[in-house]
Write a protein that binds this ligand. Structure first.
Ligand code: ATP
Length: 360
């Protein structure tokens, strides 16, 4: 019988729906080609499974993931056949909320000048990180509707901000800034908090006070504040000053789609859903993209870079270097999908990167 090495990392893979089912196999192929010592187990939690037998997450599913795996690689969730989107909510938000994966870490990096819609912007100009609070805000679904369907209808959507939740995400951002460098090796030095405290005064006041307090523990790190609207225009005018951005759940969701535009689109963006010291989950920023699903046109590079992020989290740095170098080369040589100026299909682009990785 095979003796399992203690260093081998156990990965739970949940491809999900739509293009998740196309890009995740490419990411796995590249991980295998890198020689990473990992063992993968695939789960079919998805719209197909839900429509087949009504299961979104099997009983004890999240406890099983936390107990039996070192990390989770997820694809995307959402299918036009499931109008309520209940399965996506229970699987994706379930993992984030029930496994308490409070830090959604989204690197924004431009690999090649050709991918950025801004004029005269080079890769060194776009290298920042968005740290999005991942377990609170308006995504808790707190609220309700009164007198639904009548002219007097009232809809209330609550924005939940707890002292504990705000403090831990802000501290995570400062820790991240302290412990990580930019791509060129220079230290990170600034944390910017993004909010809308001029309009959302109650929540804003909590974030402002906690930001000030936590920043006091990191005197060597520069601090900055921007309202989310001002930040959006800054991002498309000149993204160079950004370093580490910390923000709430909804603003993080929105500004990282905008930021993905700087990197070459949603197909290039990676993310991790992290709780330090616990099983964390990694997923590309894009969704299931029903209009392009099943056509072999989805860009697999966001998923491949997400897999690299997962390996980095697991300490497999040698493999990460190989994978990131291969994606960079593929982008430069236009060995990617059409959305980034290439001519290859999803499978062929994944194959090109896997072959490049295996030769290094
Ligand atoms: P969600 O709300 O689940 O994040 P969404 O509705 O915001 O999803 P996506 O599913 O991410 O949207 O996709 C929106 C569009 O972006 C797609 O229809 C597609 O045109 C493009 N897109 C997203 N991901 C990719 C990809 N990997 N490759 C190419 N195009 C993509």
């Amino acid at each position: 019988m095979d003796q399992q090495k203690p260093s081998r990392k156990r990965i739970a893979v949940i491809p999900g729906d739509g293009i998740g089912q196309e890009v995740i196999p490419q990411a796995l192929k590249v991980v295998q080609a890198s020689g990473a010592d990992v063992e993968m187990s695939e789960f079919d939690w998805s719209a197909d499974r839900y429509l087949r037998d009504g299961t979104t997450v099997p009983p004890d599913g999240f406890a099983m993931l936390a107990r039996d795996f070192d990390a989770i690689m997820a694809g995307a969730f959402g299918d036009p056949r499931v109008k309520t989107n209940i399965h996506a909510k229970e699987i994706l938000l379930g993992m984030r909320f029930k496994m308490d994966l409070y830090a959604n870490v989204r690197p924004v990096r431009l690999l090649d000048e050709s991918l950025c819609p801004l004029k005269g912007v080079e890769p060194k100009d776009v290298d920042f990180i968005v740290i999005r609070e991942n377990t609170e805000g308006v995504y808790t679904d707190a609220g309700g509707v009164f007198k639904q369907g009548t002219p007097d209808e009232i809809a209330i959507q609550e924005d939940i901000n707890t002292r504990k939740g705000v403090e831990r995400i802000i501290r995570y951002a400062f820790d991240y800034c302290e412990q990580n460098t930019k791509l060129d090796g220079s230290p990170r030095s600034r944390v910017l908090m993004c909010d809308k405290s001029n309009a959302m005064t109650h929540a804003g006041s909590l974030w402002q006070r906690v930001f000030k307090e936590v920043s006091g523990e990191f005197p060597q790190i520069e601090t900055q504040h921007m309202y989310v609207d001002a930040l959006c225009i800054q991002m498309v005018r000149d993204p160079r000053p950004f370093d580490v951005i910390v923000t709430n759940n909804m603003f993080g969701d929105i500004i990282t789609d905008l930021a993905a535009g700087l990197q070459g689109g949603l197909g290039m963006a990676a993310s991790g859903n992290i709780h330090p010291g616990q099983t964390s989950m990694f997923e590309p920023v894009h969704g299931s993209a029903p209009p392009i699903a099943g056509k072999n046109v989805a860009n697999p590079f966001g998923a491949i870079l997400t897999a690299a992020m997962m390996l980095a989290h697991l300490g497999l740095t040698k493999e990460v270097e190989k994978i990131e170098a291969a994606v960079l080369e593929a982008v430069r040589q236009k060995k990617g999908t059409q959305d980034i100026g290439g001519t290859l299909g999803t499978r062929e682009a994944g194959e090109w990167v896997a072959t490049f990785v295996s030769r290094r």
